[in-house]
Design a protein around this ligand. Structure first.
Ligand code: HPA
Length: 274
C-alpha cells in the first residue's frame, strides 16, 4: 500500500511538480469552488492510478492543483463513499496521496442534514468533532507504520487552530457560522427519524455519509484537519419533509458563493500559519 501511494504521488508529480500546503475535499454540490483556483492543472480521477471515478451525481472526480490566494493547494473535486461499495482503504487513498505530496492541512467539506434545531438549510457549520456511526474504520488491518501509529489519538480530530481560522474568516467576511458535531453514517439510505433522534441525544448536530474516513486517515498521518458542513436539509423527522438528493444538491449550489469566500479566506490564513 505504501509503495502504491508513492507511485501515485510520483505520477501526479510527473504531470506537475507541486508541493501543496493545503488539501481540500469538496463534497456534494460544492465542486464549483474550483473556479477560485489560480493556474489550475486538472487531472481526472480516471487517469490517476489507485483513484476511483465518482459515481454519484454532484461529484465530478477531478484533482486540481493550483493556488488559492497565493497558497499552493491540491483540491479533490468529488469523493467516493463507502455506500458505493468501496473498501475504506480506497476511500482514504486520495487523502493519503495528498499527504505524500506534502499537505500539512486538510479541509474536508460535505453536505449534511441538520439535527440541531437552531440550524436551517443553507447554514454552514464548522465541524468541531465527529461520531463514527459507520461501524467501519479505514485503519483496520495491519498498521502502515510509515503513515502513522497503530492507535492514533483523536482528541483534537478537528484542529483547534484551523477551527479558529475558519471562525475568524467567517467573521471577516460577515458570515454567520455554527460549530457542531458531525455524525458519519454509512448510507445510502437517509436516516429514519428514530435514528436522527438517537443521534441528537448522543450529541450530534448534523449527519452525513462522508468525511469521517478521511478525517481518521488524516489524523493518523498527523495532518491538521478542518471541516465544514453545508446544511442542505433538516435531517429526517426534524421537519417532517421527505428527503431527496436533488433538493440537497440544489441547496448546496445556493450557498456556493458564501462557501467559496469562506474557503478562500481560510486558505489564505492557513497559508501563513506557523
Ligand atoms: N443525511 C445524510 N446525509 C446527508 C443528508 C442527510 O440528511 N443531507 C445531505 N447529506
Amino acid at each position: 500500500m505504501y509503495e502504491k501511494l508513492g507511485n501515485t504521488a510520483k505520477y501526479i508529480q510527473s504531470i506537475k511538480k507541486v508541493t501543496p500546503q493545503v488539501g481540500v475535499v469538496l463534497g456534494s454540490g460544492l465542486g464549483a469552488f474550483v473556479d477560485r483556483i489560480e493556474d489550475p492543472t486538472v487531472i481526472p480521477y480516471s487517469e490517476i492510478p489507485g483513484f476511483y471515478d465518482c459515481t454519484v451525481e454532484g461529484h465530478t472526480g477531478r484533482l486540481i492543483l493550483g493556488k488559492v490566494k497565493g497558497v499552493e493547494v491540491a483540491v479533490l473535486q468529488g469523493r467516493i463513499h463507502a455506500y458505493e461499495g468501496h473498501p475504506m482503504e480506497d476511500i482514504v487513498f486520495p487523502t493519503r496521496v495528498l499527504a505524500i505530496l506534502g499537505i500539512e492541512t486538510l479541509l474536508l467539506t460535505n453536505a449534511a442534514g441538520g439535527i440541531n434545531k437552531a440550524y436551517a438549510p443553507g447554514d454552514l457549520v464548522i465541524i468541531e468533532d465527529h461520531i463514527n456511526m459507520m461501524a467501519k474504520n479505514p485503519l483496520i488491518g495491519p498498521n502502515i507504520a510509515e503513515l502513522g501509529p497503530r492507535f492514533p489519538d483523536m482528541t483534537q480530530a478537528y484542529n483547534p487552530e484551523v477551527r479558529e481560522i475558519l471562525a475568524t474568516s467567517a467573521q471577516k467576511i460577515g458570515l454567520k457560522l455554527h460549530t457542531g458535531v458531525y455524525a458519519g453514517m454509512l448510507g445510502p439510505t437517509y436516516e429514519t427519524p428514530a435514528e436522527v433522534k438517537m443521534m441528537g441525544i448522543c450529541g450530534a448536530d448534523m449527519v452525513g455519509m462522508s468525511t469521517v474516513p478521511e478525517s481518521i486517515a488524516a489524523n493518523h498521518l498527523g495532518i491538521k484537519v478542518g471541516g465544514i458542513s453545508c446544511i442542505t436539509n433538516m435531517a429526517a423527522g426534524i421537519q417532517g419533509k421527505k428527503l431527496s438528493h436533488d433538493d440537497i444538491k440544489e441547496q448546496a449550489v445556493r450557498v456556493m458563493n458564501d462557501f467559496s469566500n469562506l474557503l478562500e479566506e481560510a486558505i489564505e490564513k492557513i497559508g501563513s500559519m506557523n
